[in-house]
Design a protein around this ligand. Structure first.
Ligand SMILES: *[C@@H]1O[C@H](CO)[C@@H](O)[C@H](O)[C@H]1NC(C)=O
Ligand SMILES: *[C@@H]1O[C@H](CO)[C@@H](O)[C@H](O)[C@H]1NC(C)=O
Ligand SMILES: *[C@@H]1O[C@H](CO)[C@@H](O)[C@H](O)[C@H]1NC(C)=O
Ligand SMILES: *[C@@H]1O[C@H](CO)[C@@H](O)[C@H](O)[C@H]1NC(C)=O
Ligand SMILES: *[C@@H]1O[C@H](CO)[C@@H](O)[C@H](O)[C@H]1NC(C)=O
Ligand SMILES: *[C@@H]1O[C@H](CO)[C@@H](O)[C@H](O)[C@H]1NC(C)=O
Ligand SMILES: *[C@@H]1O[C@H](CO)[C@@H](O)[C@H](O)[C@H]1NC(C)=O
Ligand SMILES: *[C@@H]1O[C@H](CO)[C@@H](O)[C@H](O)[C@H]1NC(C)=O
Ligand SMILES: *[C@@H]1O[C@H](CO)[C@@H](O)[C@H](O)[C@H]1NC(C)=O
Ligand SMILES: *[C@@H]1O[C@H](CO)[C@@H](O)[C@H](O)[C@H]1NC(C)=O
Ligand SMILES: *[C@@H]1O[C@H](CO)[C@@H](O)[C@H](O)[C@H]1NC(C)=O
Ligand SMILES: *[C@@H]1O[C@H](CO)[C@@H](O)[C@H](O)[C@H]1NC(C)=O
Length: 481
């Protein structure tokens, strides 16, 4: 089953990535793509099913069902090591410590069933990097589906609720991790091949939600993610050092970054995210900030970004190079939130200043933004670094509208994390510095008639650091509401 699906996934990469080396515009290069749902590509009679109830799970939400669930998974795998095997959770609430997936096992959490993560440190393995409610390590053909819920009980990790930003519990007593970032993640696939997560709802992670690390061939489809809007670090999907990842039809409503590719130990190639809806108090899509290796061939298409703190972002800081990235057919609305969250209401944010004096400079090149509409409280921020390593940017078919609707103060350029931090700088439609090659075509910028005069500059560039700009059919003007 996975093979069939993955073949389709690969053809999608091919079709979507082609335009990167072709000239625009050409509609035929962007066909409508229908991914088939994993379950329909498998002959149901080939799937072996074990119910956790038959292994003694209570599903009462009070007693730990860990042993029953883990025995069901182990039995599934031992008896059918090479056949797809589903571990089924009938309606009920299954409280559990960390569970470990075995090769060829899929958790089938049915509609009405919730897998509930424990809230005690003893519920999780010793090493903090293994703190997940569900984890799979170095295995193939694994996944989660069924229409049910995996819930991390995030609110139980809040020490003090705060509209601006909650203060979180820290499991740092072991000294293994620092500060308040010591909390369990929800679902992790580490070093896996052929991962499928589809038709499942992931809720209230205590920390990151869905973590894909060093994996090959991952499909995430029809997944909804709900995190507390005021909880820090409850990222939606973090994809790290992984190749061939498809994310589609996702719905992400969470406090921290929604889709966040990172590189720590190896490069990340071929990621597509399509047909998604996102709301976040941080970045909707962000490459970085962990960026030790390259990011290449990424496509983000047909995405709606609502009331977020930042839309499409690059925070390249550690020497990795980002190239061949397309953002197409995206509607963005960005606004200010409390400044303790990263983001300054920029619809588009591209930066690659080295994190600190020991960091290498990474480049960003060949980046296309096409068919983008934005309504935002701040302008676009494009800032390379001295080495001239931000190159070949294109903005095509864009409507950018600027107006203020919250009372947060503006007037800061945001280089965080690291670099120069926050710097006083008046707002502009597009701020540009250290860029080699920027093409703007069919871009319409509109300004609200702001009596305070905070908007007065469509294009702000440091002339000697910006080379090869072309503006074709670029308009900027006031509008009245
Ligand atoms: C990923 O999928 C492709 C296409 O189906 C396949 O050729 C490749 O072997 C898969 N990789 C792994 C590591 O399973
Ligand atoms: C990325 O996708 C392309 C096109 O499908 C494929 O040729 C290439 O092998 C993929 N790269 C990796 C690292 O899997
Ligand atoms: C951009 O939008 C136009 C008009 O809606 C459409 O014809 C074209 O295919 C789109 N381009 C891309 C790359 O999606
Ligand atoms: C998975 O592979 C990694 C890297 O090879 C290794 O460090 C880790 O111990 C492996 N885990 C298991 C459970 O085999
Ligand atoms: C998701 O699972 C539910 C319950 O099993 C099912 O009714 C529904 O059709 C599934 N939806 C998709 C998109 O697969
Ligand atoms: C653990 O984190 C809390 C909250 O950030 C902090 O106050 C405390 O000093 C930390 N303790 C250790 C041992 O790191
Ligand atoms: C991804 O592809 C690159 C390039 O082929 C390779 O170096 C890297 O090891 C691959 N990553 C994984 C997790 O397989
Ligand atoms: C865009 O995504 C939405 C879901 O967010 C979907 O309903 C719609 O069909 C998609 N449009 C295209 C052209 O794929
Ligand atoms: C963007 O907004 C336009 C106009 O309201 C709408 O037609 C289009 O479907 C939207 N696209 C996305 C991806 O939200
Ligand atoms: C990024 O590109 C530069 C210049 O080509 C190269 O020297 C550097 O090694 C690349 N970084 C990584 C992490 O591969
Ligand atoms: C921008 O606005 C114009 C005029 O309203 C409209 O024709 C065009 O489709 C819009 N483009 C995008 C990418 O939203
Ligand atoms: C930024 O401006 C504020 C208010 O005008 C001022 O208090 C502050 O010192 C300035 N910061 C810097 C770094 O210039």
């Amino acid at each position: 089953m996975a093979t069939e699906l993955q073949n389709q996934s690969l053809s999608i990469f091919f079709l979507l990535l082609l335009p990167l080396v072709q000239s625009y515009p050409s509609t035929s290069l962007y066909p409508t793509i229908q991914l088939s749902i994993v379950s329909t590509t498998t002959n149901p009679s080939l799937i072996i099913t074990f119910s956790v109830i038959d292994f003694g799970a209570t599903g009462d939400g009070i007693h730990y069902d860990t042993k029953a669930i883990q025995s069901a998974i182990n039995t599934c795998h031992t008896h059918h090591p090479t056949t797809p095997c589903h571990v089924t959770f009938p309606p009920g609430t299954y409280l559990t410590a960390t569970i470990h997936l075995k090769p060829n096992t899929i958790l089938n959490i049915q509609k009405g069933a919730t897998l509930l993560g424990g809230t005690k440190i003893e519920d999780y393995p010793e090493e903090d990097w293994r703190w997940y409610v569900v984890m799979a390590e170095n295995v193939s053909d694994v996944g989660i589906t069924g229409g049910g819920v995996v819930d991390g009980q995030g609110p139980k990790f809040v020490r003090r609720f705060d509209e601006r930003k909650n203060v979180m519990v820290s499991w740092n007593q072991t000294g293994a991790c620092l500060g308040d970032e010591c909390r369990p993640r929800l679902v992790g696939f580490l070093g896996c091949n052929n991962v499928n997560v589809w038709n499942v709802s992931l809720r209230d992670p205590a920390y990151w939600c869905l973590h894909i690390v060093r994996c090959e061939n991952t499909t995430i489809q029809d997944v909804s993610i709900f995190g507390d809007f005021n909880t820090p670090n409850n990222d939606g999907i973090d994809v790290e050092d992984s190749n061939n990842t498809v994310i589609t039809r996702c719905h992400i409503d969470t406090g921290d970054d929604a889709i966040c590719p990172k590189t720590y130990t190896g490069p990340l190639y071929n990621l597509t995210a399509t047909n998604c809806w996102i709301r976040t108090k941080s970045s909707a899509i962000k490459l970085g900030s962990a960026s030790w290796f390259d990011f290449k061939h990424l496509v983000f298409d047909n995405i709606t970004i609502v009331d977020s703190h930042r839309g499409l972002g690059f925070q390249i800081r550690d020497g990795g190079n980002a190239s061949d990235v397309t953002f197409s057919n995206i509607n963005i609305s960005t606004r200010y939130y409390d400044p303790s969250w990263w983001g300054r209401a920029e619809p588009i944010y591209v930066t690659n200043c080295p994190r600190d004096s020991t960091s290498k400079e990474g480049s960003i090149s060949n980046i296309l933004f096409i068919n983008i509409t934005s309504n935002s409280e701040n302008g676009v921020f494009l800032s390379g670094c001295n080495g001239g390593l931000l190159s070949k940017l294109r903005f095509v078919n864009m409507n950018l509208t600027y107006r203020r609707w919250t009372n947060y103060a503006g007037g800061l350029a945001d280089y965080r994390p690291g670099c120069q931090g926050l710097v006083n700088h008046s707002a502009a439609g597009i701020i540009m510095e250290h860029i080699e090659g920027f093409e703007v075509e069919n871009v319409n910028m509109r300004w609200s008639d702001d009596p305070t005069g905070r908007w007065n500059n469509p294009l702000d560039f440091r002339p000697s650091t910006v080379n090869n700009i072309s503006l074709l059919n670029f308009h900027s003007g006031l509008y009245r509401q």
